[in-house]
Design a protein around this ligand. Sequence first.
Ligand code: ATP
Length: 365
Amino acid sequence: MAQLTLDEVTKTFQDDDGEIIAVDEVSVDIEDGEFLCVVGPSGCGKSTTLRMIAGLEDITRGEIRLDGQIINDQPPARRNVAMVFQSYALYPHMTVRENMAFGLEESTDMPDDEINERVEQACKDMGIFELIDRKPGELSGGQQQRVALGRAIVRDPEVFLMDEPLANLDAKLKAEMRTELQELQHDLDVTTVYVTHDQTEAMTMSDRIAILNDGVLQQCATPLECYHEPNNLFVAGFIGEPSMNFFPMTLEGSTLKGEWFEYELSDETVAAVEGTSDITLGIRPEDIEFVQSDTSPNVFDSTVHVVEPRGNENTAHLQFDESMDDQFIATVGGMKQLKAGQRVKVRFPENAIHLFDTESGQAIR
Ligand code: ATP
């Protein structure tokens, strides 16, 4: 059992300009065996959160509990967590075997033959047994990454902490390692907190995603929930590639009026948004429909500005008014031929739109 709880965890730093709140009252329960990805833009507090769990950074306020025990003041070596860094942090003068054994030799009194057994088993699990007597300089990036993971595995930790472990790998290797890591985590069933700014990694690997912005937790939910039911404008814009399109509107009666188009809401939706007048309408690029006629409601004329072919689909940059800077994006199947300059009719289906309170940013539907 390894349930990890962050309870209003806060971290402030002091610099010349005053106090920086790096992590602001973050609360999350990470279940035994769960794979949680922490995502957010640069500087949002991801690494600081991970470092506090590892014990590498003091906690200013709040509690971190492992299986109900407060670990705030426990030194890193006693926490039974293993951290894997982006830089691998391997010792260049030691072999794979020595690198992997080092942590155990230093921090435990485990007999040498048991250490050796664990190291060899981890090398077999990671598919690097034949490299066991090589030094890091004689390994590829992906192999070094496996050694770094193996070094965490031999400690048989209750929690894996990973800080952008795949960031230095090329796209192909990254995709391979993503699958491997998932399989490994699944096989070992170890509670894992994984920091990344790569939302593909977060969407594909995690059980749940915790999205941070400015140190504040915006949403913690499954990848699909974050995608389909974002809590606020930040999550809606952060999750999804290409990003959701946003249009600022004003509600008048049952009509959302914007600079480029007017959107007619159903009675049910009007009831749901009642009381809010400044509303941001969001629609994902893949939810925009290309239609032939405009007899149905909420169909708008636009012009194709640029088309980016992506193989199985195209990304079309569209404009309501060619003379203005009002581009929005729609994705269309690869078979559909669109050309720059072409006039098209697009429909925003009501069941696909997201509505946010423009002032607070909170989702209202
Ligand atoms: P990145 O994706 O760029 O690695 P991050 O989300 O991991 O960013 P953190 O490294 O956790 O962000 O930093 C959060 C905030 O805390 C930033 O504003 C950063 O400048 C600040 N910060 C981090 N460490 C320190 C420190 N030792 N002293 C002062 N400020 C710090």
